[in-house]
Write a protein that binds this ligand. Structure first.
Ligand SMILES: [Zn+2]
Length: 426
């Protein structure tokens, strides 16, 4: 069998046949000849005349340990529809790409599953190249119809870089919390831009929007989709309660430290399983996870800490009760009791004389109706709750992205419900 025939069978490139195989120091270069005569513009218009032509190389999937390149003549045409000179499309690669479609699909699939170092080392490519590829794959796979028939959305901000750099992320509650839109910034204009994309008809269809307790997203929603029910995501309510517990715990720690100045801190991490003596600053610090974790998920050590706090009638135990009391709002058997439960909690919290919880009760009172709307509509926060940490993980996997656009591409790829098919699974 001739080597060109062998490569023809091996690569099975649609629309071209192998005419040469050259072994070079960079890898194997396979020369292709196109079967089609008339060049096609990326917009779909078929040209008649060729403007000019050149030779281009595309990196293909590796052949054993060698890199494999496809080389072919590529032409430019004057497209009447685009009214400018454009490069024709080839069946094996996306427009403007220097890698084949198969190679790019493998990159995108790997990016969905693993971190930067693995992708760049395995495929012997740079992270900048990967970012460009992700942009092209997302542009092709991003369904424009994802913004149609939207009824219940969740909006949240994600911090992606130091120095208060934020993204606004919109997810669809009815599609398992898939991200349908992301934009740079977190003021009201960013979310208003999303509502503009939905259009007046799309906004009119919206039934519920779940938000944080900040004012920016509320302003945008009031302006553009005033009729939609607004609810505060339970995730944000619980997060604020956890922050209040943490604040109280730090105050207790500082108070213990002031009253016990003689206790010197031993250096290093304490041995596992060893509980510091109660009511020392170190012990107060030790209570952190016992107070914050879901009571069902506590280990024996943490249960013992909680029990010690209860026996001591510690202020931290009251904090824990207040936090769990607020979380009970989202675990009520009958959602119609939510109003009574929340009012009972507010009355308790505003008289508790723990500054962190008095402040929290004021915030909760200001958002009472929006919190109750979340309980009434049963907007499941479980999917959106994980989204924030998933996006932070994606950002971390790429060791922080240099531009918001690159991170947004990655978010669509990993959280937009996109399926990238591997060339081996087609
Ligand atoms: Zn065109």
């Amino acid at each position: 069998m001739r080597v060109t025939t062998a490569f023809n069978k091996l690569l099975a490139i649609v629309g071209a046949s192998v005419v040469s195989v050259t072994f070079t120091p960079e890898g194997v270069v396979v020369g292709l000849r196109r079967r089609r005569r008339r060049p096609i513009c990326p917009c779909g218009w078929k040209g008649r005349a060729v403007y000019d032509s050149s030779t281009r190389r595309w990196r293909h999937l590796d052949l054993a340990a060698s890199k494999l390149f496809l080389e072919a003549e590529i032409r430019r045409l004057h497209c009447r529809r685009c009214d400018r000179v454009r490069t024709e499309v080839v069946p094996w690669a996306r427009p403007r790409a220097r890698h084949t479609r198969d190679f790019e699909d493998v990159v995108a699939w790997l990016c969905q599953h693993t971190d930067k170092t693995t992708v760049t080392r395995l495929l012997r490519t740079s992270w900048e190249t990967v970012a460009g590829i992700v942009g092209r794959v997302v542009a092709e796979h991003l369904d424009t119809r994802r913004l149609e028939n939207i009824y219940r959305i969740g909006v949240d901000e994600v911090s992606w870089r130091k120095g208060h750099r934020y993204l606004t992320v919109v997810a669809d509650h009815d599609r398992d919390g898939a991200v349908i839109w992301a934009g740079e910034g977190r003021d009201h204009t960013v979310l208003e831009h999303f509502y503009d994309l939905l259009g007046p008809d799309g906004c009119a269809q919206l039934q519920a929007v779940s938000l944080d307790m900040g004012g920016a997203y509320k302003t945008a929603t009031d302006n553009k989709a005033g009729h939609a029910r607004q609810c505060v995501d339970p995730f944000h309510v619980v997060k604020l309660a956890n922050e209040a517990v943490d604040k109280a715990r730090r105050q207790a720690w500082n108070a213990e430290r002031r009253s016990n100045p003689a206790v010197t801190r031993p250096r290093g991490r304490p041995p596992a399983g060893l509980t510091p003596p109660p009511n020392t600053p170190r012990w107060v610090k030790h209570t952190r996870w016992a107070l914050l974790k879901d009571p069902d998920a506590l280990n024996n050590n943490q249960l013992a800490v909680l029990d010690a706090l209860r026996r001591d009638r510690s202020v931290l135990y009251r904090c824990w009760q207040l936090k769990e009391g607020l979380r009970d709002l989202f675990r009520l058997r009958r959602p119609q009791d939510a109003g009574v439960h929340l009012d009972w909690w507010l009355a308790w919290a505003c008289r508790c004389r723990i500054p962190a919880f008095v402040t929290l009760s004021k915030t909760i009172r200001a958002n009472r109706d929006r919190i109750l709307a979340a309980v009434e509509l049963g907007l499941s926060n479980s999917k959106l709750e994980g989204l924030n940490s998933k996006i932070r993980l994606i950002n971390h996997r790429g060791y922080g992205h240099h531009s918001a656009a690159a991170l947004i591409g990655m978010i669509y790829l990993c959280c937009g419900g996109m399926t990238v098919e591997l060339p081996t699974e087609r």
